[in-house]
Design a protein around this ligand. Structure first.
Ligand code: FES
Length: 77
């Protein structure tokens, strides 16, 4: 996928048609943009193997590995 320099991961995904960013812990319901200012954690995703990154405020960088996550996410140790 592609994005513009300086935009957030979430905005690049949204522009590409990706609206589901994660799944809720208890019922696995889809989650996406909610506050878009880094306050709610609705947009948590796993970025470069690090879970719980709020992608609505995380700048896009070339070569990132961005994955949706379920629940609290898992650390790859
Ligand atoms: S949408 Fe609320 S923290 Fe990202």
């Amino acid at each position: 996928m592609y994005g513009y320099r300086g935009e957030t991961i979430a905005s690049a995904l949204h522009a590409a048609g990706v609206k589901v960013l994660s799944y809720s812990k208890k019922h696995q319901r889809p989650r996406g943009f909610f506050c878009a200012i880094g306050n709610c954690s609705s947009c948590n995703m796993t970025v470069n193997h690090v879970p719980n990154v709020r992608v609505c405020v995380e700048p896009l960088q070339e070569g990132m590995i961005v994955e949706s996550q379920g629940g609290r996410g898992k650390l790859d140790v």
